[in-house]
Each structure stands twice: as structure tokens, then as C-alpha cells.
Design a protein around this ligand. Sequence first.
Ligand code: PLP
Length: 344
Amino acid sequence: MKKFLRSDLELLPDYTPAHVTDPRAVIKLDSNENVYGPSPRVIQALGDTRTWQFYFGQDDVREQLARYANVAPENIVITNGGDESIDLVLRAVLENGDVVIDAPPSFEMYRISAIANRARVVDVPRFENFALDVETICKTPNAKVICLASPNNPDGQLLPRADLLRLLELGALVMLDEAYFEYAGESAVDLLPRFPNLVIVRTFSKWAGLAGLRVGYVIASAEFINALHKLRAPYNVNWAGLVAARESLNDADYLMNNVRATIAERERMCVELNKFDWLEPIPSKTNFLLMRVRGREPQTIKQKLAEKHILLRAFRSERLKDYIRISIGTPEMNATVLSALNEL
Ligand SMILES: Cc1ncc(COP(=O)(O)O)c(C=O)c1O
């Protein structure tokens, strides 16, 4: 089969499938999911819907979403998760060999989608404290797209606005991923009228607890969004996802209460985890915390906690081999995590 496959696909890392058969049988804190789950109104509406046999477009939900995001419906396209947003944006702009700047460590889909869309990825690694190396990005020639997350995954820190403004002035397309916007409370949406080269990506996976239903969206200039509509599959978001998005927006107050509970627990966990002399959590604006581990092996910690049915993330890459990342759980989950860490 190899002769049929694009040779550049060899640049992509091997696919590792998710392996948890029943996520509710464990305390699953390895993928930055929402531990409170979706709004009860979503569950109710999915059970009540009787129209699965029809095709549904996204126009109605887009109007509602535009009000939530404080833009016009012409500035939004809804996608099959943030992952599809990222791919669609890159697909719309990249031609063979175009330069895409990635700032690792960051969310891995930027690099994967850039390669899939035949770009040349130029890495501008972050500093030791995960701050962006803005100078080097500014000096990189011919960049067509700069991929950034704010807050960034895995460290959870916001991109300072001054840095974003400098990058926008360069004129390259800046794809700004605000997947954790609701936890951070800070957005660059207000910059869209001034910078047509700004494209924002968001998701319902985190704040609305819809990771399994795959709903994301792009916010950008009407002209750019129009191009994405031409390129996307007509029914790229399934009807269940659209129903769930609609009901999440109808119940945003409930969901934002859960977001606030997670933020309060994040702040408490940051203090509590800091009390371990072998852990150094980085203050975060998301629903997870990245921690440097001193004098112990992160893979062993991961394994020992897995034996207690707690899943967290350890990394294989050289840059992150001394770190673990953990989603913020409910107060009960977090208490279990702290006592499991105490027992180590
Ligand atoms: C920074 C960032 N962007 C995008 C996503 C993808 O979200 P979705 O589930 O909407 O594809 C994630 C998921 O972890 C993420 O951390």
C-alpha cells in the first residue's frame, strides 16, 4: 500500500488510540476534560429529539453562538470540534511548502494539520518558563501562519497581549486557539476588526463538557469565514452536536457555575500541590495544572496513580519529561488525588 500513500505522511507521529474503556470507572484527569459533564438540558434535549433522520445545517445555532461570542453570525463557522477548526483554517490558507510557525510545547494538532496540509513547520521553541520566544518568531522569514494557544496547553498560561499585538503587526495569519477561554476570561475577539489576519479557534469540549460530541468554532473576518464555508463539508457538525451546542448556550449560566467551581479548585490545588516539596505547579488559567517533578520519575507517578484508578498525563518528549499534567477534578476527586500523592 505504501506506494499509494503520500510520502510526507511519514512525518506524522503514529496514532495512539484512547484506551480507557469506561472513563467513569476511573478518576480521569489526563485529557483536560470537564469533570462536571454537559448541562442536564443537553441530555434531556438529546433524548427528546426525534429528527435524527434529517440533515441539519448550522445556521440557527450559529446565530445563537454569535451572540455568545459577541460577533456577527457572518464571523463564525461551527466545526467538528476545535480539531476540525484548526484543520479547516490551515487547509484554507496553506499551499505546498508554506511556512507554519509552531511554538512547542503546545497543542499537537497544529503541527499535524500543518503537515497534513503540506506546509513546512518551523519550530520556535518556548523558553524554559514556557513564555513565547517572540523575537525569534519575528525574525523567522516568510511565515504564512503562526499557531498559538492562549492559554497554552500544556502549561496553562495566557499569551501577553503585547506579544500578540507584536505578532499581529507582522502580517502573517495568526491562528489563536482559545480552547480554554471560559476558564481564562480573556479573549482577543475585540482585536478582530483591527486585524483581519487574526483567526480565533474555540471549542465546546472544555467549558460545556461536550468533548465526545465534537463541537468547535472559528471566529474571523466575514471574508475568511466565507472561504471556510465553501471548503467545509455541508454537514460537518452532526445534529446531536448542534442540539447539544444549542442547549449548552441556553444553559450557559449553569455551565459557567461549573467553570467557576473548577477555577476555585484550580487555585486551591495549585496551593496544595505546591506543599509537596517534589512538585512545582505552574499557575494556570485553564482547567488543568502542569507541574515540574523534582527527584522522582513522572512515568512512575503516573503508573502508581493509575493503580489507584487515577489517570494523569506524563510526557515522553525530552522537553516535558520532568513534568506531569493533571486536569482539575471535583473537590472529591481532588481530595482523592492529594491523598494518593501523599501516600507515594
Ligand atoms: C489548546 C487546545 N486546542 C484545541 C483542543 C481540541 O479541542 P476539541 O475537543 O474541540 O477538538 C484542545 C484539546 O485538548 C486543546 O487543548
